[in-house]
Write a protein that binds this ligand. Structure first.
Ligand code: FE
Ligand code: MN
Length: 303
């Protein structure tokens, strides 16, 4: 893995889901069409629960494609498919264990693919039948989660990973969703054999329906957590939902201002990944055009 100055924008392969699903497809799209050379792999393209031999072959293909195309893979992120299963905070203890195994297998894949880190949201508690949401998850659930994070730190170290990430999400049923919770979790996981860091997302910290009207900037997240932030997800959004739009859409995020904010808060060197999702029914050509324009505007802003 080559050392980078950290200022070139990267892209999460979220946009590839169901389209450019194999390295012979996504590598040329990323490198030749978007002109990017830094990515975050997505486990929406490879399921860590596939049989070991299939997983292993895909890992080798990912590693080779990245090498051949001059692409650095910063990390591999959980994606949407597995995220929907409540993961490490599922009410069923056995399912939590499966989710832990899922991550162990994800670590093994990443190691074999030459990807140094793995991350994403860690879990969601289930909703109550009356729909009411507490401001905090149960103490026992939190303790259990931290225990799993520490155990996962050992597993990640055993396969040679160098960093793990937790992505705060703007939901009371997930953890962490506030700056204070994120700081607490980083403190509680500080003893991990593999360091845990935060991956913060522009559309999460600015979700005003949860955080209030003052949450029209990522500044407090960056200012207060810059020492534990390992990566940033950028997207176009209107602060009303976690939109994951690209930059051809009208929204509240300006790439140049985003770059300036990162620099001002000590995160000029932090890897930044465009993370966008598209409706499955949208045609792939229009999507490539929108992605090219978005990559160009980010590159210009981050140049
Ligand atoms: Fe994200
Ligand atoms: Mn998101």
């Amino acid at each position: 893995m080559s050392q980078r100055n950290g200022t070139n924008p990267g892209i999460n392969l979220s946009f590839c889901v169901k389209r450019w699903i194999t390295p012979d497809r996504w590598a040329p799209v990323v490198r030749d069409q978007l002109g990017l050379d830094l990515i975050q792999f997505s486990f929406d393209l490879v399921d860590p629960m596939w049989p070991a031999s299939v997983l292993s072959r895909h890992a080798r293909e990912v590693r080779k494609a990245a090498d051949d195309h001059g692409i650095t893979i910063h990390s591999a992120f959980i994606g949407l498919a597995h995220y929907t299963f409540n993961q490490l905070l599922h009410p069923d203890e056995e399912v939590r264990r499966v989710a832990e195994t899922w991550l162990e297998r994800a670590y093994g894949f990443a190691a074999e693919a030459g990807i140094p880190g793995v991350g994403g949201p860690l879990g969601a508690i289930a909703s109550r039948t009356d729909g009411k949401e507490a401001d905090a998850i149960d103490e026992r659930d939190y303790a259990d989660l931290v225990e799993r994070m520490l155990r996962l730190g050992n597993k990640a170290k055993a396969v040679g990973l160098s960093e793990l990430y937790v992505e705060p999400t703007p939901m009371r049923r997930e953890w962490p969703w506030t700056i204070e919770q994120a700081r607490q979790m980083m403190t509680d996981a500080a003893g991990s054999a593999t360091p845990w860091r935060l991956c913060v997302d522009w559309g999460h910290g600015t979700f005003q329906p949860l955080y209030g009207p003052q949450a029209d900037t990522m500044e407090p997240w960056f200012t207060e957590l810059h020492d534990v932030i390992g990566a940033v997800h950028i997207q176009q959004t209107d602060f009303q939902f976690d939109r994951h739009w690209d930059f051809t859409e009208k929204g509240r995020v300006d790439p140049a201002e985003a770059r300036a904010l990162l620099a001002r808060t000590g995160l000029a060197q932090s890897p930044v990944f465009l993370e966008v999702f598209y409706p499955f029914e949208r045609d792939s050509i229009s999507l490539l055009e929108a992605l090219k324009a978005s990559a160009a505007s980010l590159k210009q802003a981050f140049a």
